[in-house]
Design a protein around this ligand. Structure first.
Ligand SMILES: [Zn+2]
Length: 118
């Protein structure tokens, strides 16, 4: 597992969220933090930020891959329970910020293009 230590926006956000002073914070899991997205084009858009700076999912040891996936699934379930969206889109890109984070896009039939790609 390659862990780099250069600052990135995801790591800065994790540090900020863990300071207890950020209103976007929702929950801290063992390996990640669930936060509300700054931009709410999709209502209740949230992110899961891995606490360590790791670029690729395959670089994680398998037990952490599984645990992180469970944290992503639990976050999606909580969003469904709370807001009853029509669908949830899960996305893990890391192209502009190469540090593992998942986007959770709740989609509603009332969205302008609810069958489109975020
Ligand atoms: Zn980082």
């Amino acid at each position: 597992m390659t862990e780099q230590h250069e600052p990135c926006l995801i790591c800065e956000r994790v540090t900020l969220e863990r300071s207890g002073q950020n209103p976007y914070f929702i929950h801290e899991f063992e390996h990640s933090i669930l936060v509300i997205g700054n931009h709410q084009f999709y209502r209740r858009y949230s992110l899961i930020l891995l606490k360590k700076h790791i670029r690729e999912l395959h670089e994680l040891p398998p037990p952490i891959q599984s645990a992180l996936f469970q944290e992503v699934m639990l976050s999606g379930q909580v969003i469904v329970n709370a807001f009853s969206p029509w669908k949830i889109n899960h996305a893990c890109y890391g192209n502009s910020e190469p540090d593992i984070h998942w986007h959770l896009f709740p989609r509603y039939e009332s969205d302008p293009d609810h069958q489109g790609v975020p």
